[in-house]
Ligand binder design. Structure first.
Ligand code: UTP
Length: 283
């Protein structure tokens, strides 16, 4: 059973400057909800009970978001704004189920995950990147439901020319839903990708991965890569890619973020008609 999840939120979000100078990228809202809240809700759907955030400097807004806001709550209460009050309270988790560790330097995703090692016992753990936003079925739930040990990543086909932006797998046996992973390379140079099957930001990793991460071997971009540590485990434990059914948006990029805002708005009864009309008249 997977009961813990790590949310690495220690990155600098340089692609979103100047917005991310003081504001964590993960607090950028899609419609009216911060990216990190979508990720946490996805984990809750999957039955996750313990939430570990790997934060960095300038990220305190994330801690505040998942805590009481006494002044706001008392004003909403006094004004009888029950729905808004409920929204604010809904994001509170059971006391003691949320932990924060600091990644003192943004040395890469693998390094961020490793920073949570003391909070993980001898058990598999989910890792969710909030900037990969999934519309539709919660991807990490699909993964937890299918998980039978070893390491697992969410995978999707990407256009050939975009493979150099992702971790790309060498696929083995493939039943159209789950694919055995025989190799994994982070950000392959153009024209060298072993396939167009890319890893997106949902993982279930077993404890052995933390040992490999502990060697702090720098990969692409001089950063400790989670995918490199997963690749190092191939041959010693099963490695599976799961084709999730939802639609993923890369909210770490400006264009992906705009697409997500439009797609999620079109799902909302209070916005869809007006937005569709506006889009039609403007395109
Ligand atoms: P990105 O590769 O998108 O990096 O990280 P970034 O720094 O956040 O953004 P850019 O590229 O500068 O615009 C993917 C995920 O890994 C986390 C990020 O917070 C994000 O959720 N991460 C990345 C860390 O927690 N620590 C790191 O050192 C790097």
């Amino acid at each position: 059973m997977v009961k813990k999840a790590i949310f690495p939120v220690g990155g600098l979000g340089t692609r979103f400057l100047p917005a991310t100078k003081a504001l964590p990228k993960e607090m950028l809202p899609v419609v009216d909800k911060p990216l990190i809240q979508y990720a946490v809700e996805e984990a809750i759907h999957a039955g996750i009970e313990e939430f570990i955030f790997v934060t960095g400097r300038n990220k305190t807004a994330i801690e505040d978001h998942f805590d009481h806001s006494f002044e706001l709550e008392s004003v909403l209460f006094e004004k009888g704004k029950d729905d808004a009050l409920q929204l604010v309270k809904d994001m509170m988790r059971v006391p003691g189920s949320v932990a924060y560790v600091r990644q003192q330097e943004p040395a890469g995703l693998g390094h961020a995950v490793w920073c949570a090692r003391h909070l993980i016992g001898d058990e598999p753990v989910a890792v969710l990147l909030a900037d990969d936003l999934v519309l539709g079925a919660p991807a990490i739930k699909e993964m937890v439901d299918a998980y039978q040990g070893g390491n697992m990543v969410a995978v999707m086909e990407v256009p050939e020319q975009e493979t150099s932006a992702y971790g790309i797998v060498t696929p083995g046996a493939d039943n159209g839903h789950e694919v055995t992973i025989n190799g994994l390379v982070e950000k392959p140079k153009a024209g060298t990708a072993p396939s167009n099957l890319a890893v997106i930001g949902r993982y279930i990793i077993e404890p052995a991965v933390f040992e490999t991460l502990g060697k702090q071997k720098a990969g692409v971009g001089g950063e400790v890569q989670l995918t490199d540590a997963l690749a190092a485990q191939i041959g010693t434990s099963p490695f599976t890619g799961l084709r999730f059914t939802g639609k993923r948006f890369d909210c770490g990029s400006k264009i992906g973020f705009q697409k997500a805002n439009i797609a999620f708005s079109l799902e909302r009864d209070d916005m869809a008609d007006e937005l569709r009309h506006w889009l039609k008249t403007h395109l």
